[in-house]
Design a protein around this ligand. Structure first.
Ligand code: HC1
Ligand code: SF4
Length: 560
């Protein structure tokens, strides 16, 4: 037991006093504390006072039996207010035009703690923004040096392009040799933005050019919605975490002026069919095994940067977003006599790295970019709100045809293990509920960073690994190099738990948020009429029609 504000509180295995306080229902403020990152102890907002008058950071103290602490004395209130004032003094305070306006932790806490004035002069020079990345924008004038981005990039992603430099009032977070982000090994995952408590790292917005094309009557604007978006966008509108909002979103997009609305799950069905064929071929030839999945662009970039010797192991398949983009543009080319409008494809994605993927030339078809814009879940929510549409009050609508049909296997792509599960459903060929369930329980689903399974396909044991969080990809490849492990198929998703936790999604409210979204995708799958990609009649028709003779050209990467 410990005593918090004169009340007895029980604790068990909490690693620090802060966790005990929060478990007791007191929301103690912090900037630099994330349960999944190491403890930094820098922001000092979580200070508490003991019965002897000692003040200490609760994030860095282990709970002890008999401890007596106070969380909100006048002294602590004064201390916290001064910290916020000092941060605000060194901060660009153009809040009204700042992207996280209204949800910025610095803004929220300064209101909550009753900061009425800033008694100190701003002593910092304004620094230029780094807009070089397709995925995120860095604004050092809004950085409060909590180090959350540094620890995320290093500890979870193993990329490590952000670090502290200089000391005292000159201290800043920077890249190696202060290079622009686009010149570093940054993979564009946007996870630094998810943990940034202010506007120092924000999503690169593509909202304005999309508004322009929506208003242009010479343009047909076609949307595709990624799997993970449907189970997260509702959070912006007060819906339950993991609730399926696909139908609501389709309706909202039509209100915004989109001409056709599709589901990237259809592209995922095509990916399953192509990637499964590639796996079978490589298993036969024994070449370039393990086969690495290619749907996550941040992983592809990471592999190219850090492990170029494994480049040929990555599947030649384009990602579902790129396959679908190529199909939509091909359809437009084939029908240009009926419809002379220019077709613009907009992807709605949970991912900031998808913004860069669309510019990779090996994904172009005959030199033409297939997907024109990527909007993250955060950006489309912004547009829906700007238009005054209340997502929750819309009547859910169906997707358009001819491509608006997808299997449940396509939807689970958005959760770690989902791509593998979808490929195995297709390769085993059974549509029986018990066989589908058995695949789920082979070991490919779950919360671990690296999962393993062995599955018998046509008499051969196929060794599989499923990875989420890039640092785990490094561990796996180091083990492969050392000969400690051996696999035939490896799925890698950059973000922890997969796309549900992507850099373009709402910042998770609590640790369970990502699991609620993951469960939402599996619920979506359980209600889907078709379960495997091979059963998708629209995909089968596409192979007989629009894709015939063009499978490689539209669905695979050009070697550059
Ligand atoms: Fe993903 Fe994918 S699952 S990469 O996580 O393969 O972004 O949702 O759209 O392309 O389908 C993301 C999600 C997404 C692709 C698919
Ligand atoms: Fe690191 Fe990802 Fe942020 Fe790039 S986008 S700096 S790789 S966390």
């Amino acid at each position: 037991f410990m005593t918090i504000n004169k009340k007895k509180v029980e604790f068990t295995d909490e690693k620090d006093v802060l966790s005990v306080i929060r478990k007791a229902g007191i929301d103690i403020p912090t900037f630099c504390y994330h349960s999944e990152l190491s403890t930094h102890g820098a922001c000092r907002l979580c200070v508490v006072e003991d019965d002897k008058g000692k003040v200490f950071a609760s994030c860095s103290e282990r709970p002890r039996d008999g401890m007596v602490i106070f969380t909100n004395t006048r002294r602590l209130q004064h201390h916290r207010k001064t910290i916020i004032e000092l941060l605000l003094a060194a901060h660009n305070r153009e809040c009204t035009t700042c992207m996280p306006n209204g949800i910025c932790d610095l803004q929220v806490l300064s209101k909550r703690l009753g900061v009425e004035e800033v008694r100190f002069e701003n002593y910092k020079d304004q620094l230029p923004l780094d807009t070089s990345s397709h995925s995120v924008v860095r604004d050092l004038n809004k950085c409060i040096l909590c180090g959350d981005c540094v620890r995320m990039c290093t500890e979870v992603q193993g990329v490590g392009v952000l670090g502290f430099a200089q000391r005292g009032s000159k201290m800043m977070i920077t890249t190696p040799f202060k290079k622009d982000l686009s010149e570093t090994q940054c993979v564009g995952c946007g996870q630094c933005r998810v943990v940034c408590p202010t506007g120092a790292i924000v999503i690169k917005r593509d909202v304005n050019p999309v508004w322009d094309v929506l208003e242009d009557s010479n343009t047909k604007v076609v949307a595709q919605i990624a799997p993970a978006v449907r189970v997260a966008i509702g959070e912006y509108f007060g819906l339950e975490e993991g609730a399926n909002s696909l139908g609501h979103l389709a309706s909202a997009l039509r209100f915004l002026g989109f001409d056709e609305v599709y589901d990237t799950d259809f592209g995922a069905d095509l990916t399953v069919i192509e990637e499964a064929a590639e796996l079978v071929e490589r298993l036969k030839a024994g070449d370039n095994l393990p086969l690495f999945t290619s749907c996550c662009p941040a992983w592809v970039k990471f592999c190219e940067n850090v492990y170029p010797q494994y480049r040929d192991h990555i599947s030649t398949c384009r990602s579902p977003q790129q396959m679908f983009g190529a199909v939509l543009k091909e359809e437009a080319r084939m029908k240009k006599d009926e419809d002379s409008r220019k077709t613009v494809v907009v992807s709605i994605m949970p991912c900031t790295a998808k913004k860069e993927e669309i510019h990779r030339p090996e994904h172009f078809t005959d030199g033409e970019q297939d997907v024109d814009f990527v909007l993250t879940t955060a950006e489309i929510a912004e547009m829906i709100k700007a238009a005054g549409i209340d997502l929750t009050n819309l009547t859910p609508e169906a997707l358009d045809m001819p491509f608006g049909m997808a299997s449940g296997a396509g939807a689970i792509f958005g959760a770690t293990g989902g791509v593998t599960e979808a490929v195995l459903r297709y390769l085993t060929g059974s549509t029986k509920a018990e066989d589908i369930e058995a695949i789920h329980f082979t070991g490919i689903s779950g919360r671990e960073g690296i999962k393993e399974a062995t599955v018998n396909l046509d008499g051969r044991d196929v060794r599989i690994a499923v990875v989420n969080g890039l640092i785990n990809a490094s561990k796996l490849i180091d083990d492969l190099e050392a000969g400690n492990v051996n696999y035939d198929f490896v799925e890698v998703m950059t973000c922890k738990n997969g796309c549900v936790n992507g850099g373009g999604q709402p910042a998770p409210e609590k640790p369970e948020t990502k699991f609620n979204r993951q469960n939402g995708l599996y619920r979506f799958d359980s209600r889907a009429q078709i379960k495997t990609s091979g059963q998708n009649p629209v995909a089968a028709d596409a192979y007989e029609g629009i894709l015939k003779g063009k499978e490689h050209k539209l669905l695979h990467n050009e070697k550059i």
